[in-house]
Design a protein around this ligand. Structure first.
Ligand SMILES: *Cc1c(COP(=O)(O)O)cnc(C)c1O
Length: 356
């Protein structure tokens, strides 16, 4: 039986990416060696890194004012590396608190400067994206989490401000086009929508750097990695390589406009069923629903285990919700095929026919 991976992360990757990666594990570009055993200074790995950087720039339409880095430590390291590189102790950064990941970013930033939480949706267990709020114009930057993986909400529009934006895009990177001109920095752990765990993408505007006065350990200074094209030390070669293959796949599918169209159509299948079905209800308010993570529950929680069991039997895996929301979470990233989502919607309908 064909299986569908609804896991929040590490998550589904395109089958052809996995097949190419597998072949390069056995014999990298016909070299007779595995990609797992070659030097990061070898010609082919350097070419892969250059290609991955070029693809990020091409897909996002970034000019030479931006640098693209492939780092380690996950998005969680960016929670502190961002303020460490961009925020002086006497300066204030704005943060929008839209969930567990934002909260962690806020906590870490406080160790490096002043933090102004300009808006929060904590009052309703993060079921919405805050809209009308003041953004002081003297903030060093405004940090947002564009997609809230746990709660299933997503910014549909960027906040209106002239303050430079910084975004944690871990779970919706490359799912839709972005307006790069608004950002000073974007980061994403690879393992949601780009590749395997172990590599973190950082896109930074060069002019945003060099304004902090604290001592910076070389490994934590973005400038070190810019100067060394992400090869100051040994980079996570395989995770970067697989990310590069995924970026090539995205390009071959028609780029970010095509990704957005496909993601909208896929999410619609599930949200339409959620709105029609009398057994289930969604966690996120309609206008802020995520196209990547669909969070939903049963009115009658007694049926939860049974529904999950039925999903498993149909080959639909990874649907258990995060403990802080409960119920179910369908993560429907770029690479998840529409037919898997249709199968889930059909199962919800059949379940309703039985139980309602
Ligand atoms: C998963 C996730 C993180 C944490 O990523 P790590 O790479 O595991 O540190 C941070 N932010 C968001 C939005 C996420 O989805």
């Amino acid at each position: 039986m064909k299986k569908y991976n609804f896991s929040a992360g590490p998550a589904v990757l395109p089958r052809e990416v996995i097949e190419k990666a597998a072949s390069n594990v056995l014999n990298y570009n016909g070299s007779g060696f595995s990609i797992l055993e070659v030097s990061h200074r070898s010609k082919d790995v350097v070419a892969d890194m250059d290609n991955a950087i070029a693809l990020v720039k091409e897909l996002f339409g970034l000019g030479d004012e931006f640098e693209v880095l492939f780092l380690q430590g996950g998005a969680s390291t960016q929670f502190f590396q961002v303020p460490m590189n961009l925020l002086n102790e006497n300066e204030t950064a704005g943060y929008v608190n839209t969930g567990a990941w934002s909260k962690k970013a806020i906590k870490e930033a406080k160790a490096f400067g002043k933090v102004n939480v300009v808006a929060s949706s904590e009052d309703t267990n993060y079921s919405y994206i805050p809209k009308a709020y003041d953004i002081p114009s003297d903030l060093k930057y405004l940090h947002i989490t564009t997609n809230n993986t746990i709660f299933g909400t997503q910014f549909q529009e960027l906040p209106e401000t002239n303050v430079p934006l910084i975004a944690d895009m871990s779970s919706d990177i490359f799912s839709r086009p972005i307006d790069a001109s608004k950002f000073d920095l974007i980061y994403a752990g690879a393992q949601k929508n780009m590749g395997p765990a172990g590599v973190t993408l950082v896109i930074v505007r060069k002019s945003a750097l060099g304004t902090v006065s604290r001592y910076m350990p070389a490994m934590l200074d973005y400038k070190t990695h810019i100067e060394n094209v992400s090869m100051y030390n040994t980079p996570p070669v395989f995770a970067m390589h697989v990310s590069m293959l995924t970026l090539e796949w995205i390009k071959s599918q028609g780029g970010l406009t095509a990704m957005a169209a496909s993601n909208e159509a896929k999410a619609k299948i599930l949200y339409d069923e959620l709105d029609r079905n009398s057994l289930f209800y969604g966690h996120a308010v309609k206008e802020d629903r995520s196209l990547m993570n669909v969070t939903f529950r049963l009115h009658n929680e007694e049926f939860e285990a049974e529904f999950l069991d039925r999903c498993k039997k149909e080959g639909l895996d990874g649907l258990k919700g995060h403990r802080s929301v409960g119920g179910f979470r369908a993560s429907i990233y770029n690479a998840l095929e529409a037919e898997g989502i249709q199968k889930l919607a059909d199962l919800m309908r059949a379940f309703e026919a039985e139980k309602a």
